[in-house]
Design a protein around this ligand. Structure first.
Ligand code: HEC
Ligand code: HEC
Ligand code: HEC
Length: 342
């Protein structure tokens, strides 16, 4: 693999020049003076550990295109203890497509100036992906539209902070928030509306709050609902994003309501839920991100402000439908996310 380094660093150097001067004829910069070591991403991984496994980075590394070759050597950035110096090269949204479409990298077909969906090898896969995600937010926080740039679809490279993960010596631990007998650990807004029957939490209206408050966590709730219903799961108190259990066409269960902003994530797929049986909503709440899965299918992620810590709340709207709506909950599991090295 390393044998390709020389050619590739030349290509990448041309790409850099292209990126910086926006289309000047490619000029070859001096061959990398530091030899093959300069092609090592290790020095950047020290502070950007998430990039070690990130798709865009790893796929380019296979071709010996390293961080340096896109972002410049960035020596000052690496050695600035105040972390005030930016890397040598950064790319705003409007620059990404052009930078990637350098003829030596991802050459667009015919007369086009930027590499488009039609230039891909597996056009079917790209169109299927496009169909699936259009109008929705991807896990990297980007929306897919006809104007999407490469990094909207490829990788999670554009996520600024590395995601926190469970520290290595601490095994991930799921804790059950429902003991199967009573509402120990929970506080209903109205005692008549929430209870436990036959080993299930049964709710008919109002809210049921966890006694404990949480910061970053994973949550999995298995429920069935009596339709029609408008219910939801607050992530950190009443001012936080709420994952909806509802139908509000074109939005379905798994959409996310951000207080004051409306639906910030829309699940367009009704087929993900089973109205006759049990469903599991999984939520990852981390920093300002709320990521949602319904029955194992990822719906997407929203970034929103709001409380950094708060109670988990189950909610059933009392308004609207004449039929008393009900939620039956079989299982509530939570796993706190721990910050690394703290
Ligand atoms: C000593 C730690 C450290 C090292 C080493 C380091 N970085 Fe960074 N880098 C940071 C911090 C801190 C930030 C700011 C937080 C953020 O935006 O993720 C950052 C941000 C960045 C950004 C985004 C800047 C912006 O304003 O959007 C890029 C691009 C970047 N680094 C590239 C690199 C590359 C390429 C290397 C290796 C050549 C590297 N970094 C090595 C600490 C480091
Ligand atoms: C609408 C989403 C989308 C956009 C925008 C997009 N891609 Fe892709 N790309 C895909 C999908 C989907 C695949 C095929 C599946 C896979 O390999 O993961 C793919 C595959 C590729 C491949 C592998 C080989 C091939 O042609 O199939 C390359 C290289 C590539 N993209 C480069 C780019 C570049 C460069 C840009 C920006 C100029 C870009 N892509 C923009 C979705 C996108
Ligand atoms: C193929 C070129 C390429 C390579 C290789 C590459 N990057 Fe990037 N990087 C980009 C582009 C383009 C963006 C802007 C993406 C966007 O915002 O859509 C970016 C953005 C970033 C950001 C900023 C995210 C933010 O919040 O704005 C960081 C941090 C970063 N890169 C670090 C790295 C590190 C570390 C490596 C190596 C391990 C690396 N990159 C390798 C092209 C590259």
């Amino acid at each position: 693999m390393r044998s390709k380094t020389k050619t590739c660093s030349r290509l990448a150097a041309e790409m850099l020049v292209f990126a910086v001067f926006g289309g000047l004829a490619a000029v070859c910069l001096a061959e990398d003076s530091g030899g093959e070591e300069s092609g090592d991403n290790g020095k950047c991984y020290v502070c950007h550990p998430a990039m070690k496994t990130e798709a865009l980075t790893t796929i380019h590394l296979e071709m010996d295109v390293t961080c340096d070759q896109c972002h410049g050597a960035s020596t000052e950035h690496m050695h600035d203890e105040m972390l005030m110096t930016k890397p040598d090269l950064l790319f705003g949204r409007s620059q990404v497509r052009k930078m990637c479409s350098n003829p030596t990298c991802h050459k667009p077909g015919s007369e086009r100036r930027v590499y488009g969906r039609q230039d891909h090898m597996d056009i079917e896969a790209v169109e299927a992906f496009f169909e699936k995600w259009t109008g929705r937010m991807r896990p990297n926080g980007r929306n897919i539209t006809p104007d999407s740039i490469c990094t909207d679809c490829h990788g999670t490279h554009n996520i600024s902070e590395p995601l926190k993960t469970i520290s290595e010596n601490e095994q991930p631990q799921w804790v059950t928030l429902f003991n199967g007998r009573d509402l120990n650990g929970w506080r209903p807004s109205d005692a008549d509306s929430w209870g436990v029957k036959a080993g299930r939490i049964v709710g008919t209206g109002g809210a049921l709050w966890s006694e404990e408050s949480y910061e970053d966590y994973l949550l999995a709730i298995t429920f069935r609902a009596a339709w029609p219903i408008h219910a939801g799961i607050w992530s950190r108190g009443e001012a936080s994003p709420r994952v909806e259990i509802f139908e509000s066409k074109p939005a379905f269960t798994g959409s996310v309501l951000v207080p004051g902003k409306g639906l910030a994530l829309v699940n367009l797929r009704q087929d993900l839920e089973d109205r006759e049986s049990w469903n599991t909503i999984s939520i990852k709440v981390e920093g300002d991100r709320t990521q949602v899965w319904l029955n194992g299918e990822e719906i997407g992620m929203v970034r929103a402000g709001g409380p950094v810590r708060g109670k988990v709340g189950l909610y059933i709207s009392n308004h609207g439908d004449s039929k008393p709506a009900g939620l039956i909950i079989r299982e509530v599991l939570i796993q706190k996310l721990v910050k690394p090295e703290e």
